[in-house]
Design a protein around this ligand. Structure first.
Ligand SMILES: Cc1cc2nc3c(=O)[nH]c(=O)nc-3n(C[C@H](O)[C@H](O)[C@H](O)COP(=O)(O)O)c2cc1C
Length: 264
């Protein structure tokens, strides 16, 4: 499956010119351009390289990682099913990481359920080159997440998350979310749970449909509890609102404290 249907021409393998422009603009400004959800695509890889950036592909299986390396990706992100938000694969991070590390030579970033220095140390010790962290940063001081969503993350534990296809309106895919948001959407009667303003169209309020997978931001209005509260098992690490820098320091410092003695 192409990651973004219609954006790469199946017959010619050429990227849609408008999208190629977007990719190249991103590649000329960022050091890494990352793709997710779809078969690794050489046309997209070439477009990023032409713009001067490295290409990363987030994957959920060993085969997908091998395909990413084959088409020229510079690194892969192995996403375990513990991850918050859209989930690609079928297995947990440690099993996946082992498979991917044994299958590719490019650097492997570990993602999914990493919310503490302990978890970060574990995957680095296993051979990951870096970690990707999502849920912890939803509760960062700089985040645009809705305060109610942040409050729910702080109160939740890993067991309060669920991998579900409930929030498939707009994007039929498994997501890991807070179970409370599924239950609230199930209780809700009606088709529209609220509205939101998207950053790129500040004058327009668009409806948020029941069971729609969507970002829940400070510009979301209505029955917030019934919106898709993406959360990984890493939610255990969300105990307070900290700045992004404090989160990075906490994770990296915790991992370093655990790994340093092992190096002696
Ligand atoms: C609120 C939220 C939104 C996300 N949105 C995206 C996205 O737009 N694109 C993407 O590739 N991954 C997205 N992810 C998944 C992350 O890339 C990553 O796999 C995940 O956050 C790692 O697990 P963690 O949340 O337990 O740290 C999102 C995750 C969360 C929590």
């Amino acid at each position: 499956m192409r990651p973004f249907p219609g954006l790469v021409d199946d017959a010619t393998g050429k990227v849609d010119p408008e999208f190629a422009g977007v990719v190249e603009a991103a590649a000329s400004r960022a050091r890494v351009v990352d793709f997710f959800y779809g078969d690794p695509d050489p046309a997209l890889v070439d477009a990023v390289h032409a713009g001067g950036a490295l290409v990363s592909w987030q994957v959920g299986s060993r085969d997908e990682a091998k395909a990413a390396e084959r088409v020229g990706c510079d690194l892969v992100v192995a996403q375990g099913t513990e991850a918050g938000g859209h989930v690609r694969g079928k297995i947990g991070l440690l099993a996946l990481l082992g498979q991917v590390l044994d299958s590719v030579r490019v650097p492997v970033v570990a993602a999914g359920g990493i919310g503490t220095g302990k978890a970060m140390a574990a995957v680095l010790a296993a051979g990951a080159s870096a970690v990707r962290v999502g849920t912890r940063f939803v509760a960062a001081a700089e985040s645009e997440a809705h305060p109610r969503y942040v409050q729910r993350l702080i109160a939740a534990e890993a067991k309060d998350t669920v991998l579900t296809e409930a929030f498939s309106t707009g994007w039929p895919a498994p997501h890991r979310v807070l179970r409370s948001s599924v239950e609230a959407a199930e209780r809700f009667s009606g088709d529209v749970v609220g509205e939101r303003i998207r950053p790129w169209a500040p004058d327009e309020r668009v409806p948020v449909r029941r069971f729609q997978s969507t970002g829940v931001t400070k510009a979301s209005y209505g029955t917030i509890d019934a919106m898709s509260f993406f959360a990984g098992e890493s939610v255990d690490g969300v105990k307070d609102v900290l700045s992004a820098a404090e989160i990075v320091r906490e994770l990296a410092g915790g991992a370093e404290n655990l790994l340093r003695p092992m190096r002696k």
